[in-house]
Design a protein around this ligand. Structure first.
Ligand code: HEC
Ligand code: HEC
Length: 192
């Protein structure tokens, strides 16, 4: 994860001319006090509309916060939160949440073979991401997943892979897939 974060910071250095510093999860913990009412200090969401972010890949968290900051992704709450953070603070708070460990348990009576086949290569059968730049979906509220998939489908949120995948999904398929991942039990443990 460090490697991917350095790559992103490297990109920022080129774009902004700022020197890239190493990320600091301890500084990120302090910044997370601004996030805790919605995402929890450990990244386990406290309100249904906010996603769980603890234990997600650092590169993904950084990329989303930068997207909210630049306006590439928009949300009434997160755009304001991200606008107030520097690139260094984004790196630090992403490092704090990414240091946590996410674990997922499938609902009783199901197995990995029941998972949505089109998603498992990147998001896992249990919703734990297999890629550095893809999010965990495990245990997210189904309405959050539904909203994001429809945002990709409508073009309101854009991504080279997800826009194409969501374009082919019907409302019923989106609901079924969102229910699958929402029913996975997510646990988030603090860093050692
Ligand atoms: C007032 C509530 C609130 C606060 C405070 C808040 N968030 Fe959020 N956050 C949200 C909501 C709601 C979303 C979902 C946005 C959407 O629907 O696109 C979100 C989305 C995100 C995402 C995208 C996650 C994903 O899976 O795509 C990240 C990353 C994030 N927040 C990080 C933070 C960080 C870091 C802080 C503190 C610096 C913070 N948030 C503060 C409510 C909040
Ligand atoms: C080839 C890899 C790949 C496949 C296959 C894939 N995804 Fe994704 N998915 C990603 C990446 C990468 C992102 C991050 C997008 C971004 O940066 O905005 C993502 C983001 C998402 C998000 C946003 C979650 C959040 O926290 O905001 C949802 C929901 C999602 N994918 C659902 C699905 C579903 C459902 C399928 C199957 C129908 C699927 N994805 C298949 C790679 C993939």
């Amino acid at each position: 994860m460090k490697g991917a974060a350095t790559l992103i910071l490297g990109g920022l250095t080129l774009a902004g001319g700022l020197p890239a510093q190493a990320d600091d999860p301890a500084a990120g913990r302090l910044i997370a006090n601004m996030c805790r009412t919605c995402h929890g200090l450990d990244g386990y969401a406290q309100i249904p509309i906010a996603p769980h972010i603890g234990g997600e890949p650092q590169a993904y968290l950084e990329a989303q916060l930068m997207a909210f900051k630049t306006g590439a992704r928009e949300h009434e709450m997160m755009s304001i939160v991200a606008a107030g953070l520097s690139a260094q603070q984004i790196s630090d708070v992403a490092a704090w949440y990414a240091e946590h460990e996410a674990s997922a348990t499938l609902p009783d009576g199901t197995d990995a073979g029941d998972a949505p086949g089109a998603c498992v290569a990147c998001h896992g059968a249990d919703g734990l991401s297999t890629l550095l730049d893809a999010p965990n979906l495990a245990g997210e509220v189904n309405i959050y997943l539904d909203t994001q998939l429809k945002a990709f489908r409508s073009g309101q949120r854009q991504h080279e892979i997800m826009s194409g995948i969501a374009a082919d999904l019907t409302d019923d398929q989106i609901r079924d897939i969102a229910d699958w991942y929402a029913n996975v039990k997510l646990e988030i443990s603090p860093p050692d």
